[in-house]
Design a protein around this ligand. Sequence first.
Ligand code: FRU
Length: 454
Amino acid sequence: MEYQELHRPQYHFTARKNWLNDPNGLVYRDGIWHLFFQHNTEATTWGNMTWGHAESRDLVHWDQVDHALYPDSLGTMFSGSAVVDKYNTAGFGEDALLAFYTAAGQFVNPQQPYTQCLAYSLDNGRTWIKYEQNPIIDEIEPGNRDPKVIWHEETERWIMALYLSGDRYCLLSSQDAKSWTHLQDLTLEGDRECPDFFPLKSPSGDEKWVFTGASGNYLIGEFNGYEFKPQSPLQRFEHGQNGYASQTWSDAPNNRRIQISWMTGGLYPEMPFNQQMSIPVELTLTGSSQQLRLSRLPVNELTSLHRKTTTISEGVAAKGNSFKIQSDATFFDLSFDLIRSEANTLYIVIRGQALTVNWLTNEVKFEGARANKVVPERNPVPLPNKESNSLRILVDKTSLELFVGDGEISASFCYLPDAYSDPIVFNCYEGQQLIKNIELHEMKSIWADEKEAP
Ligand code: FRU
């Protein structure tokens, strides 16, 4: 049955069939969270880039609807963003949705450049009309792409972050979303592609701006509508191997800043689809004004999928005596506190794949991600505390997302299960390890009927 295949994620978005990569055009309007995505409509491999489209009312359940943007004579449809034009700056109509995307010219003609283009929708994203005077921005540098647009209220202008090449990006501005002026170039060391640029309130209430790149590096600073001045050192929000090309929703209600990523590099043998999205996470700024950082936690809406909960106040894993949680779940939301005990290493074996906690280096490694050689191996995940750490682990059929503490550390991984008889086993081969406040929530499938079977 559709959406029931062996390796089909049960609470993460996948395309009904064929290839998917970056999230695109994330915008909220009139109760609908739009998720457009890089899609190959023809095959389970990358190519023929088209904007696929899914809609949600709760950030959890998704309906894939008709594709939004198809390749044309300017190129195939590469990544970009969307906004609500609430002041009708572009003149297409009040509350029109505007989509900014890259036409990857090279894929229709090797000589043709990558240009930035505009499309609009007058029916809340169901159908799109490409602007007849496209492109709106000619090539600045070969390969420039991935426009991310946001409205800047104080200066009443649109701001676009655009990827140039290497680790370089630029900011542009516009009053009508059609003609654009260059503001500045900027560098995001060690990163490339898919910029995002958005404000967040710091814990003391000041507005800060965050600039992120596809691999999860970011800068925090000030922005006055003309110039972005980074004030923080370069930091990372993605410590796993498979989080990439994250973007945040425009026009989200209650000033929420919700982010979703492509879980790049997973393997889906014999499936009709390829690749999946991450769980949507809510972003906040935490820390002191000297050392602000991004925190990421799964959106609260996810708890609506909790089906059956097991709580265990305390468990001990010791040499020759592993600690198992009784369950036959294959996708779940698990949290617990790890208290530093005698063991230097703990192996949390999830669906046959080990998550290794090393108390000597204060790091976590997910061995399951090793099977996946598609993306380069990243450093282990740092643990913030030496005495105890709270972990939340979202496990789906082919993905594992780890959130530590208040979300200051998070990591996304893809995996395939190995042989196992219990889905969650804590193992120590020396000493013992205390585990407290264990909560296991088995999850409802987002693809099942809204109402649960009795
Ligand atoms: C990032 C990326 C973007 C590009 C798109 C093409 O994964 O390479 O830079 O627009 O994918 O699918």
